[in-house]
Design a protein. Structure first.
Length: 169
């Protein structure tokens, strides 16, 4: 019996513990004009949080998304995250960039669908490019969305109930 207890403790000690880190809600305002498919719209400011004392090795983001406003229909989108403010090649302003120039910041490979009635849609993204991990380790992220289908204007895309599941080791 004692051998099983010791073996169990060793297995737990060797596993990669996962911790949930609550994050602030993010609201991205989609203007009436000047935003279309093929572009990524970033938040006007960054999401800031306390920089961890231990660097995380991987991150999964889970939460809910919804849309509110006028002219609503079903919208499909990709999430993006950067550790620096949007600027440089491919960006036409401080919040709008071409999707082609932002591929390395894409967080999900399956589109998230936002319903026209404003109800929440749950999502989980795996951070294939490590941008969430880098941003959480740095204590600052800029979130963005790239609409791939549907149309929305004068609306807000809301990311709520955000939790980053982080792994240490």
């Amino acid at each position: 019996m004692r051998k099983f207890l010791i073996l169990g403790l060793l297995m737990v000690a060797c596993s990669n513990p996962i911790f949930g880190v609550n994050m602030s809600d993010v609201t991205l305002s989609v203007p009436a004009v000047g935003y279309s498919a093929g572009q990524v719209l970033y938040s006007s400011g960054s999401s800031r949080f306390n920089k961890p004392t231990i660097a995380f090795t991987s991150v999964k983001l889970r939460g809910s998304s919804s849309q509110t406003g006028t002219g609503l229909q079903t919208v499909k989108l990709f999430l993006y995250a950067r550790t620096t403010a949007p600027s440089g090649a491919g960006c036409t302003s401080s919040i709008v960039c071409s999707a082609a120039s932002q591929d390395s910041f894409k967080l999900n490979s399956v589109e998230i669908e936002l319903k026209p009635d404003g109800s929440k849609t749950a999502f989980v993204v795996n951070d294939p490019n490590g941008k969430l991990k880098d941003g959480i380790n740095a204590g600052e992220l800029w979130f963005g969305v790239g609409i791939t289908a549907g149309a929305t204007f004068n609306s807000d895309v809301k990311l709520t109930e955000l939790v980053a599941d982080v792994t240490i080791l």
